[in-house]
Design a protein around this ligand. Structure first.
Ligand SMILES: Cc1ncc(COP(=O)(O)O)c(C=O)c1O
Length: 395
């Protein structure tokens, strides 16, 4: 059987280094908010290209803490709206409703599978405070148009980067010697200076980003872990306190906070795995390009995007998805569906159950995720390609 994801094999590639890092934490006798956490936060902030990184319990907490911090800072209040893609994983939406904010669902594009940026402006109301983009499947969801909408409507841009560690947005207009250096140039095509492109990592594109290190993620822990990245000093300070019972100073509580911390063991081993993330993402890209070039079956729609992608998931669409999944299982290939039921059809959001999001529903009805990870061998992905090309159901 070709497994969908072989976590043991993936983590075994760093077995000795992970064991050494774990031993180091055990020997230190310090298990929370210590050296390992500080080191990982610093390295991850550098990797993403943001000023601050604050570790937390998991990816859902990361997004929840960002919104909660904006509420504590007086920038959002109950009933304010946050625009979010309708086809996201439920956690993005849970973070919004947990804060008594209102998610406004926007359809994705069938080509990019990301929020359709041409539909966002129509969803803006006087209560809109933020757009939460989700780099779903590891594909960059950010566009210049989204940045521009946030700027013009004074909206916060929050990134859900749970699935896209290491992904880039390639900015085409960026002036190295501009007085606005390090910022997006307002002049766009009218600027007399030379232009060049810059690669900015997802997680550094907006006001704040939530990251998940759930074990299956491209950068995965051996348990739950998450982080927030931001350049905003006040936001970082507020989030840090909120995740520590609301306290910045021992036994002094400024907020009714929660306990959401990354532990030293997870931070230490994530720091080991971070060194290999780019190489591992490159292997995912290599496999994905084989799928994109060699799978030729009119029944199968491959992801069609020019954007950078770190292929957390390789999603194919097929009208006969369930038959395709059964066929692959019968031929020894494990697959998954991301995700079988869209958020607006879930029982937990029953007030939305009658709403219609046709593109989202199509994706959820047709999506099938095929193996695409760093431990997959050439022989394995070639077998998957052959099987996909040979899929022709009888009727
Ligand atoms: C898009 C997205 N957002 C948020 C999360 C939540 O992360 P976690 O499982 O670490 O809470 C996940 C993953 O599980 C996810 O895929």
């Amino acid at each position: 059987m070709i497994k969908y994801l072989d976590l043991k094999k993936i983590n075994d590639q760093h077995n000795a280094e992970i064991r050494e890092a774990v031993s180091h934490v055990m020997d230190s006798g310090w298990y929370l908010k210590g050296e390992a956490t500080r080191r990982f936060e610093q390295h991850y902030a550098e990797y993403i290209g943001s000023k601050h990184c604050i570790g937390c319990g998991n990816g859902l907490d990361a997004l929840t803490l960002i919104l909660r911090a904006y509420i504590e800072m007086g920038l959002m209040q109950e009933g304010d709206e946050v625009i979010v893609p309708a086809n996201t994983y439920i956690a993005s939406i849970l973070a919004i409703t947990e804060n008594r904010l209102v998610p406004v669902l926007v359809e994705p594009s069938l080509n990019t599978l990301q929020i359709d940026d041409t539909l966002i402006e129509a969803a803006i109301t006087p209560r809109t405070r933020a757009i939460m983009i989700v780099h779903l499947y590891g594909i960059c969801a950010y566009t210049d148009r989204i940045g521009d909408i946030c700027h013009r409507h004074n909206l916060k841009l929050i990134e859900d980067n749970a699935q896209a560690h290491g992904c880039h947005f390639v900015e085409s207009v960026y002036h190295g010697d501009c007085p606005l250096c390090e910022q997006r140039c307002e002049l766009q095509g009218d600027c007399p200076r030379d232009t060049h492109s810059a690669k900015l990592k997802t997680g550094s594109l907006g006001d704040a980003a939530g990251h998940s290190f759930y074990p299956t993620k491209n950068l995965g822990a051996l348990g739950d872990a998450g982080a927030i990245t931001t350049n905003d000093d006040d936001l970082a300070k507020t989030i840090e306190a909120l995740g520590n019972y609301g306290s910045a100073k021992k036994y002094v509580f400024d907020y009714q906070g929660r306990n959401s911390r990354i532990d030293e063991l997870q931070a230490a081993l994530l720091d080991v795995k971070l060194k290999y993330l780019d190489a591992e993402n490159n292997r995912r890209k290599e496999i994905a390009s084989q799928y994109l070039n060699k799978v030729k079956n009119p029944l199968i729609r491959l992801p069609k995007t020019e954007r950078d992608c770190v292929w957390h998931i390789f999603p194919i669409l097929c009208e006969r998805r369930d038959e395709l999944q059964q066929y692959l299982t019968d031929n020894g290939v494990e697959t998954q569906i991301h995700y079988p039921i869209p958020p607006h059809k879930q029982k937990c959001y029953k007030e939305w159950n009658t709403l219609s999001f046709p593109i989202t529903e199509q994706i959820h009805a047709q999506e099938l995720s095929i193996p695409c990870h760093q431990a997959l061998t050439d022989e394995e992905f070639n077998r998957i390609i052959d099987l996909l090309n040979a899929f022709y159901p009888k009727n």
